[in-house]
Design a binder for this molecule. Sequence first.
Ligand SMILES: NC(=O)c1ccc[n+]([C@@H]2O[C@H](COP(=O)([O-])OP(=O)(O)OC[C@H]3O[C@@H](n4cnc5c(N)ncnc54)[C@H](OP(=O)(O)O)[C@@H]3O)[C@@H](O)[C@H]2O)c1
Length: 309
Amino acid sequence: MTVTVLFAAGEALWPEYAPHLRVAFAGAGLDAALVTEATPGEVDYIVYAPGSALQDFTPYTRCRAVLNLWAGVERIVGNRTLTQPLCRMVDPGLTEGMVEYVTGHVLRHHLGMDRYIKGAPGWQQIVPPLARERVVAMLGLGELGLACARALKALNFAVEGWSRSAKTGLDIPAHHGEAGLEALLRKAEIVVTLLPRTAETENLLNARRLAWLPQGAVIVNPGRGALIDDDALLAALDSGALGHATLDVFRIEPLPEDHPFRRHPGVTVTPHIAADTRASSAARVVAENIRRGEAGEPLLHQVDLTRGY
Ligand SMILES: NC(=O)c1ccc[n+]([C@@H]2O[C@H](COP(=O)([O-])OP(=O)(O)OC[C@H]3O[C@@H](n4cnc5c(N)ncnc54)[C@H](OP(=O)(O)O)[C@@H]3O)[C@@H](O)[C@H]2O)c1
């Protein structure tokens, strides 16, 4: 029987995604009708993105899963009309992009590249330590954090991670809990934040915890803007306690032109480009989840709505 897949991820994404989804559905052996409009009661799956016009899931009584094209789900987990299973995007292309962004920005700070790009006068020979002598804290050891941690480890960085649950048997030393966070931040010269935005992670890096970092430490945040207290970050940069912050995500996006981050010499702003979902690989993930749904197999990357990620 034909399954009806409603593309509710917005008009802007439709031209890019429609051909890839059709190819992926055929590749997964699915008999699927991909539509942008349908009678809600006849929809089997919804392909979704934050900011979609579809906000009331109540009439989608037959819908077996809502398949988000984004990794972050903070803008949909609180939707009380959502009773259908929600899956977030874990896309190999997105992960690859994040690994490149994180390793690039970590290496920039590790090697002190800015000094030479800006044209340091004279002949001051400042040789960076080896990566093995540089502790990098990876806050978040999920799909993205772990992939980035492993890439940094392959470059010899002394990477250690932190997550909500205790992890055993990982190839990266792992911490959890408040004491674990403090132990890690106290030795981390570079901190990468790849956590979801939830009630627990909001303002995680506040003034008290930022003060645990060694003098001159650097933060790279491609996770979510709300993970860091903006004012505490600016104060730590102004005092010289922090060396630099590379920020890809913000509480308000696009970041307002008059925001202090825009002109602060200690801040690099990138416009939420760390890692985009790639239509060709993401379409295969969507198709695989529909195949699973139809075969009665467990869905991939299902979000725990109570946990918030
Ligand atoms: N800038 C961009 O372009 C971009 C692109 C994609 C994603 N992102 C962001 O990256 C985030 C991470 O993505 P992902 O795919 O790696 O997510 P994920 O697989 O769900 O992993 C999340 C990680 O965060 C940890 N965590 C969650 N709440 C925590 C808490 N209260 N305390 C400590 N650790 C906590 C989890 O711990 P457990 O392992 O114990 O569950 C897990 O290790 C997304 O939520 C999104 O916000 C940004």
